[in-house]
Design a protein around this ligand. Structure first.
Ligand code: SF4
Ligand code: SF4
Length: 381
């Protein structure tokens, strides 16, 4: 039976260290996952250059608390991720600085990864990819601990431990994978291929302040008041989903993890340690679920109908767009052009992956709903 610990904590004060230690302690303590001398890759969600208060990235206080535990267990922590956009030294430095991790590294002595090389890993058992391009440092460490942020996601409804490892696909290779696997089920299976290869030893989710609405970048910060930890990514996500009232069937990466045997889909098969889920459940957490998805679920044969009638299309706003080209660079459908210094989307080519919405630094990509979708409530609240 998978074990997941849940600990209540509000705010990113000095007490975070004790709460993270409690969450890991309920699972047997960090020495159950880290041996002395091991080099441990700490993988936060560093989607983009965003200040900690925006709830886009894993809060530095949580990262610092985990680093302290790894150090106390005799491990050698290394912070690494490949944020959206190009995987370059300059981009990494800016993300580390803005997300508060440069200071964490300075205070704790943890290493920040600047190696931007990649490695191709054979995965004969992969369902979608038999060869995976990953950031090389994943192969250079002894173990990986992920620190997902509890957030909504326009494409996958929720993003947590089963999706976070998309961030070890280097830079713009993510665009290639999105483009090759534009069906959501296929994309989700690919995420589990990565999980199979990387095999993190532990996941510690920052749900102290999560994100609701149009996540993972431009939703609203929402205090959830919990830390969630476990060795099984699907079980951690299932617990998080239960806390925010999100049916697992709405989260395709989680469903792919069920198909692949990470979880049997029943909450009874997860042992919750610490705070009972019922004591922390939110009943008004806003999930980005269109009426089409609510009424018709994820039936493959209905997807074209749902897409046409319910799903929003990205609509760059001329008044906010700076013409920076970030969306164009990251568009798997090659649907974006810049005309007169403004982004324009070709709706026929658009895959509705919402990478442009996610990565636009100016929050210039609005969501435009078809009439039926708008009439029935847009994203659902
Ligand atoms: S929509 Fe956003 S990302 Fe795209 S060009 Fe405009 S400002 Fe840049
Ligand atoms: S226009 Fe936006 S939503 Fe459409 S394929 Fe490109 S990045 Fe994805």
């Amino acid at each position: 039976m998978a074990e997941v610990s849940v600990v209540r904590h509000s705010g990113y004060d000095a007490g975070v260290n004790a709460s993270v230690a409690e969450a890991v302690g309920l699972l047997g303590g960090m020495s159950a996952f880290v041996r002395p001398g091991q080099r441990i890759l700490i993988k936060p969600n560093l989607l983009a250059k965003a200040a900690p208060g925006q709830a886009v990235t894993t809060h530095p206080a949580v990262v610092e608390a985990v680093i302290e535990l790894v150090l106390a267990a005799g491990g050698r922590p290394l912070i690494a991720d490949s944020p959206g956009g190009p995987f370059s030294r300059g981009a990494l430095a800016a993300v580390y600085r803005t997300c508060g991790l440069a200071e964490v590294a300075e205070r704790t002595g943890a290493e920040l990864n600047y190696d931007t090389s990649s490695v191709t890993v054979n995965h004969p058992g992969g369902h979608m990819l038999k060869r995976l391009d990953l950031i090389k440092v994943v192969r250079d460490v002894d173990a990986v601990i992920t620190l997902p942020k509890l957030k909504t996601h326009l494409l996958t409804t929720f993003t947590g431990a089963t999706k976070i490892l998309f961030g070890v696909v280097p830079g713009l290779t993510k665009v290639n994978y999105h483009s090759r696997l534009d069906d959501l089920d296929q994309f989700s299976e690919m995420l589990i291929d990565i999980l199979d290869v990387v095999k993190p030893v532990l996941h510690i989710m920052d749900g102290i302040v999560g994100m609701e609405g149009a996540g993972p970048r431009h939703g609203r910060p929402r205090p959830v008041g919990v830390l969630i930890a476990g060795a099984n990514a699907a079980a951690v996500d299932a617990a998080a989903c239960a806390l925010i009232g999100c049916a697992p069937s709405l989260v395709q990466p989680l469903m792919a993890a069920v198909r692949r045997g990470y979880w049997d889909g029943r909450m009874e098969s997860i042992r919750i340690l610490g705070l009972p889920l019922a004591d922390a459940t939110l009943t008004d957490f806003h999930l980005p679920v269109t009426a089409g998805r609510r009424f018709f679920g994820n039936m493959p044969w209905l997807r074209p109908f749902i897409r046409k009638n319910f799903n929003p299309r990205p609509a760059p706003r001329a008044d906010l767009c700076t013409g920076c080209g970030t969306c164009l660079e990251n568009c798997p459908g090659k649907a974006i052009t810049i005309r007169g210094k403004k982004a324009v989307v070709d709706e026929k080519l658009c895959l509705r992956c919402y990478c442009c919405h996610e990565l636009c630094p100016s929050a210039a990509v609005a969501l435009a709903f078809p009439p039926l979708g708008r009439l029935l409530g847009g994203l659902g609240g």
